[in-house]
Design a protein around this ligand. Structure first.
Ligand SMILES: Nc1ncnc2c1ncn2[C@@H]1O[C@H](COP(=O)(O)OP(=O)(O)OP(=O)(O)O)[C@@H](O)[C@H]1O
Length: 251
């Protein structure tokens, strides 16, 4: 469902050319959970941004759900991105002046859902991450791990097929990082394909596949044998909830 063949990406600034990706090849099937690791500057974020249709590429073939991306203009790419892809980032990127409800609402407004549908999706996705009771709080009133869970709720409220995560646990201590990882595994178990860039090899080992990127290429792919989705410890903020976190989203 995501197929990159011989992708090349060059950044040009003044007289300097940086070959960020060269002959980058990767296939990601539906339901996969791919962790991307590799040295600093090896091209991980560049790959993720191309996969998420945030950046273009110079050469090669990229198909997303059977659509040849090089043939799509900016408008078509934006539409595909809004429909199919959710993003989370290291710095959460929540809007500080908006409460949790309104933060999750932002991408849903772009998708054109009506008010009633948006409200349902916001409540369900915040319930999924165990923060439904905090929906009128501001991001600054939450811990880092909770803020990342809101970002995950925001990314998933539109039910994207792909969740792309760039260092999602980079700003979290190890127990919060594990809690976010457990939530991602649960989301993956329920059908969302995930690609996560991380420097944390322990978390990477919990994904289904590990892709090691070096010098703008995939240099190694390994399959994990310790994959198991379990987000049972995630509902500490909504302890009375009996609903499986992700099941809530698809009710
Ligand atoms: N907008 C840009 N303009 C010019 N060069 C860029 C730009 N973005 C990235 N690069 C360069 O492309 C190469 C790959 O960068 P990228 O951010 O993809 O690496 P990375 O593996 O994600 O690194 P890190 O682990 O440090 O985040 C680097 O040499 C970087 O300096």
């Amino acid at each position: 469902m995501l197929n990159m063949t011989n992708i090349k990406k060059i950044y040009r600034t003044d007289s300097i050319e940086t070959h960020a990706l060269r002959e980058f090849n990767l296939q990601v099937d539906e339901g996969d959970f791919v962790a991307v690791t590799g040295p600093s500057g090896s091209g991980k974020t560049t790959f993720l941004n191309i996969a998420g249709l945030l950046e273009t590429f110079d050469e090669g073939c990229f198909e997303l759900d059977g659509v040849d991306i090089s043939n799509q203009n900016d408008t078509a790419r934006s539409r595909l991105r809004n429909q199919k892809i959710g993003f989370i980032f290291q710095s959460f990127n929540l809007i500080p002046d908006l409460n949790l409800f309104d933060n999750v609402d932002v991408p849903l407004r772009y998708r054109g859902f009506n008010r009633q549908e948006r409200k349902k999706r916001i409540e369900q996705s915040l319930e999924m991450v165990g923060l439904a009771k905090r929906m009128r709080h501001l991001p600054a009133q939450l811990s880092g791990g909770q803020q990342q869970r809101v970002a995950i709720a925001r990314a998933l409220a539109g039910e994207p097929r792909f969740l792309l995560a760039d260092e999602p646990t980079g700003n979290l201590d190890s127990s919060m990082a594990q809690s976010v990882m457990s939530l991602l595994k649960e989301i993956n178990t329920n059908g969302t394909t995930i690609i996560m860039v991380t420097h944390d090899t322990e978390l990477a080992a919990q994904a289904k596949r590990n892709i090691y990127v070096r010098d703008g290429k995939v240099s190694e792919i390994t399959h994990s044998d310790q994959y198991a989705g379990d987000a049972s410890e995630l509902l500490e903020d909504d302890t009375e909830s009996t609903l499986s976190p992700v099941a809530a989203l698809s009710r």
